[in-house]
Design a binder for this molecule. Structure first.
Ligand SMILES: Nc1ncnc2c1ncn2[C@@H]1O[C@H](COP(=O)(O)OP(=O)(O)OP(=O)(O)O)[C@@H](O)[C@H]1O
Ligand SMILES: [Mg+2]
Length: 359
C-alpha cells in the first residue's frame, strides 16, 4: 500500500547539509498498522512528511496505493491536480492536533471537504457521521478550547478521515496525551484499521505504542531503517533490537561454565509446559533469569532468559529439544563461542537485518 525506495531527504542548512533520510526502503502492506520507532532526530517525521509529499524528497520514490507520488510532484498543472487528489486519499494526524481554534469541531472536520469542493449539505452529513465514528457526536458545536487533549485528537482523526482515505499517517499522535487517553486513542486507531480496512503508518518513540497496535514495525537510526518486519518476524530474529525492547529480558549468568539462552514463545508453544519437560527429559536444573509475557496483536508471546548448567557444547541436545518444540532459541552467553575456540557458531553475534517481505 505504501512503498518507498531509496527515499532520501537532505535539508540545506547553514554551513552543512543535514541528511535526514538516507535511502529508506519501506513497505507497508494493505490493511496493516505499521509503526516506525526511533530516537529523536532519527528522521521519523521527515519520513512521514515525505510519504505524503508535504516535504519534497531529495531522491527516491514514494508509491501510495499504486500511484507514484514522486512522479506527480512538480510536473505541471495536470499532475499537480492528480497529486492533490492522491494526497486527499492520505489522512494525516498530528501530535498537536493542528485544529483551528476559531472553528467549531464540526467545521474543523468540514475544512478538508471545503477544500475538495464538496457541497455544504454533503459536508455536514459527512462531518456528523465522522463525529459519531470517533465517539464525539455530542461535541459538534464545541470549540477546540472546550475539549480535552484526547477529544481534540479524536477531532484530528475525524478530520483526517474526511476524504475517505485508504491510508492514515500519524506523527506521534499520542505523545501529548496521558497513558489512559493514549490507550483509548490507540484503540480507536485499531478499530478504524479493522472497520474501514484503513492502512495506518504511525511514527512513535514509545515502544508501548508499537506493542499495543502494530502488526509490523521498523527501527530507524540516523535516517536509515536498521530493522523491520512483522512483529512476530522481529521476535523470531536472533539479535533483533526491536524484539529485545518489546520484550526486555535481563539477567546475567550466575557463574562461569553455564549456558544462558533466550527462549521466545509464540502461539501454541506459549501454553505448553516446555521448560518443565526439558528439565525432566534431560534431568537438568534450569534457572529462570528473566521473563516477559504479553499479548501482541491478540497473540500471546513471551520471552524467557534461562540458564542451563554446563557450557554450550554440553547443551546442544537440550537446546535442540527446545527448537523442536517450535521455540525460538538464542544463545546469549556462550563463553566458548565468544572465545572462538569451540567451533560452535555463535547465534546472533550481530543484530540481523530483516529484509522487507522476508517470510
Ligand atoms: N526543515 C528542516 N530543516 C533542516 N533540518 C531539518 C528540518 N527538519 C528536520 N531536520 C533535521 O533532520 C533530522 C531528522 O529530523 P526529524 O524531525 O525527521 O526527526 P524525528 O525522528 O522526527 O525526531 P523527533 O522524535 O524529535 O520528532 C534532524 O537532524 C533534524 O534536525
Ligand atoms: Mg518527529
Amino acid at each position: 500500500m505504501i512503498t518507498t525506495t531509496g527515499l532520501t531527504k537532505v535539508y540545506p542548512a547553514r554551513g552543512r547539509e543535514v541528511t535526514a533520510l538516507d535511502g529508506v526502503d519501506l513497505h507497508v502492506r494493505e490493511g496493516e498498522v505499521y509503526g516506525v520507532i526511533g530516537q529523536s532526530g532519527a528522521g521519523k517525521s521527515s519520513l512521514i512528511r515525505c510519504v505524503n509529499l508535504l516535504e519534497r524528497p531529495t531522491a527516491g520514490t514514494v508509491t501510495v496505493d499504486g500511484q507514484d507520488l514522486t512522479a506527480l510532484a512538480g510536473r505541471g498543472r495536470r499532475a499537480g491536480k492528480e497529486l492533490r487528489q492522491a494526497r486527499s486519499r492520505i489522512g494525516m494526524v498530528f501530535q498537536h492536533f493542528n485544529l483551528l481554534s476559531s472553528r467549531t469541531v464540526k467545521d474543523n472536520i468540514e475544512l478538508p471537504l471545503e477544500i475538495l469542493g464538496v457541497s455544504g449539505q454533503e459536508r455536514s452529513r459527512k462531518a456528523l457521521e465522522l463525529l459519531d465514528l470517533v465517539g464525539l457526536a455530542d461535541k459538534a458545536k464545541a470549540y477546540p478550547a472546550q475539549l480535552s487533549g484526547g477529544q481534540k485528537q479524536r477531532v484530528g482523526i475525524a478530520r483526517a478521515l474526511a476524504g475517505d482515505p485508504k491510508v492514515l499517517l500519524s506523527d506521534e499522535a499520542t505523545s501529548a496525551l496521558d497513558p489512559e487517553t493514549t490507550r483509548s486513542i490507540l484503540q480507536l486507531l485499531r478499530d478504524l484499521n479493522q472497520q474501514l480496512g484503513l492502512t495506518v503508518l504511525l511514527i512513535t518513540h514509545e515502544m508501548d505504542v508499537v506493542k499495543t497496535i502494530c502488526d509490523s514495525a521498523a527501527l530507524m537510526k540516523k535516517g536509515r531503517i536498521v530493522e523491520s518486519g512483522t512483529v512476530s518476524q522481529l521476535l523470531a530474529t536472533p539479535g533483533s533490537e526491536l524484539a529485545q525492547e518489546l520484550f526486555p529480558v535481563g539477567g546475567q549468568a550466575s557463574g562461569p561454565g553455564r549456558t544462558v539462552i533466550d527462549v521466545t514463545f509464540h502461539g501454541e508453544a506459549a501454553t505448553q509446559p516446555v521448560i518443565s519437560q526439558l528439565s525432566r527429559t534431560y534431568n537438568i536444573d534450569i534457572s529462570i533469569l528473566g521473563a516477559a509475557m504479553d499479548t501482541v496483536g491478540g497473540n500471546q508471546i513471551g520471552r524467557m532468559r534461562i540458564e542451563l548448567p554446563g557450557r554450550y557444547d554440553e547443551n546442544v541436545v537440550p537446546v535442540g529439544f527446545l527448537r523442536e518444540q517450535g521455540l525460538q532459541v538464542e544463545v546469549v552467553d556462550d563463553e566458548q563461542a565468544a572465545a572462538g575456540s569451540a567451533g560452535v557458531p555463535a547465534q546472533a553475534a550481530t543484530p540481523a537485518l530483516v529484509k522487507e517481505g522476508a517470510k
